[in-house]
Design a binder for this molecule. Sequence first.
Ligand code: ADP
Ligand code: MG
Length: 628
Amino acid sequence: MSKGSINVAVENIFPLIKKFLYSDHEIFLRELISNATDATLKLKHLTNIGEAKVEYGNPQIEVKIDKDKKQLHIIDQGIGMTQEEVEKYINEIAFSGAEEFLEKYKDKNADDAGIIGHFGLGFYSAFMVAKQVEIITKSYKDEPAVHWTCDGSPEYTLKKSKKIKRGTEIILHIADDSTEFLKESRIKELLVKYNKFMPIPIKFGTKTETLPKPEGAKEEDKAPTKEVDNIINNPSPAWTKQPADLEEKDYKSFYRELYPMQFEEPLFNIHLNVDYPFNLTGILYFPKMTNDMSIQKDKIQLYQNQVFVTDNVEGIVPEFLTMLRGVIDSPDIPLNVSRSYLQADGAVKKISSYITRKVADKLKSLFNNDREDFEAKWNDIKIVIEYGMLTEDKFFEKAQDFALYPTVDQKHFTLEELKEKIKDTQTDKDDNLVVLYASNKEAQHAYIEAAKEKGYEVLLLDSPIISHLLQKLESSNEKMSFVRVDSDHADNLIKKEDEAISKLSEEEKESLQTFLTEIIPSEKFSVQLEAMDSKANPFIITEPEFMRRMKEMQQTGGGMFGMGKMPEMYNLVVNTNHELVSEILHTKTQKKKERLVNQALDLAKLSKNLLKGEEMTAFIKRSYEMIK
Ligand code: ADP
Ligand code: MG
């Protein structure tokens, strides 16, 4: 037996390791299983090239809890280590790696620690949870096995061992403050979280499997059972396969595997697969999207060589795609850096734009191959697409081919098709193309009807970020503007040359204006007399497009205006050609006049969904009075 002292500058590295990344202690298991996997894959490689003259077989990694001894064992059948290798790789390299790591990061702020935690301390992370660690290892080379023990001080012992089977066993003597890692449920949770798709089968205990009944068995006979290894991982998950080898049902069942608690089927998937200029594989899924973007539990998972790293892909995947689900696996994403650095990293930028391009290509091919199906799914995918158009210029360009603009009657146009369709009817006198839209079919019903009456198409655009997107569409399409149907009365939505002739004289108009302004609260409504079709409603409340859109943008985080909360401002358009308006003008008694105005105003409010509470009660009472 030999004793040695690990040569480190930091005298007591272990307390430091323990303190560091306190919440991330659990990563020790991922690190040790990664090492076991590496050792097994190395052996596979060496036997493949004829370097190692041993039988590779069907190696497993086993994780075992010994509750009585308070030990956790991680056992592999990989290449193992000779004494010389333990001295070199464990005592020198791993240790100096850990030391360097700590030196570099111990002063970093908590924000950075999040992602650094995903980048392990390697073998020495075992000391975050163990008061003593043993390594019993036998190399594939014909050399005696060795037994290394270290209790958390820089001293270690190294002696010969009787181990005959090739491979490495790591024994952790779990520290008193880490006994959670002796619980089966906790270890299982970690194995599922980090190792679910690792490439070597991982055994954790056994399970009972029911076998088919033998032939001729009676109804009441119990089916035979047997104890089998409980393998917790799927060593060859779908994303590691070639797209050509997978069918639709394979993608769907992989989705189930990833998100066992998800009952909705994904809408479609995108298989990512490149090896140059960076290596990236993965499968992304478009889930059915709800309008509530904040609740999103099942996120995209990031792996490196089938080892789970994180489900926070912010900075790696363009923001609009973080709403998707699935897996990305790339060894080329540097994780030992902070988020802000990550976003500036050249490789990461390339990865991000590759993903954006693949998503756009997929959407385009879905649109081209089965437009009907694409239209049917539009409502569920539009949030992602619209958000992408708003935030990524490249995606905005590509989306011109497949972004849809549905009408209130469920017709779907691309922007080009729409322009073509409405250019004759909806071009105003200044040669601007006016696209009309509604945000709520029910609430804006009267306005939609009035616009349709005039032969206009009305889109239904109801995403929460739509005003931002319209702003962007207007700035990239000259002579085109979007106007909501309730932003003016139908005659004025698209201004044409011919103006209707007013039935009222100038004097009558003046007296009407004066009278109305007296009874209608001016802080809320600005009264506008308009000569319209005599069949159009007498009173119409409108909300000017510009102010309304700015207000919406402010609410959804436009951040472009320094002003406080914008006031609600409406126009009250009074149709001077309507009979009722003449009646108001010519009624003699002041009281009756006021009643007519209030009733008409309430009806206009009702049609704009503005009549509520006390006003509504008064309206109902007055209406009963009038009909009795
Ligand atoms: P890394 O895995 O990044 O090289 P680690 O600290 O995790 O760093 O491990 C240090 C070294 O110890 C490994 O590179 C490997 O040579 C050796 N090693 C660790 N675990 C095993 C194992 N289970 N079997 C064989 N060698 C191992
Ligand atoms: Mg390692």
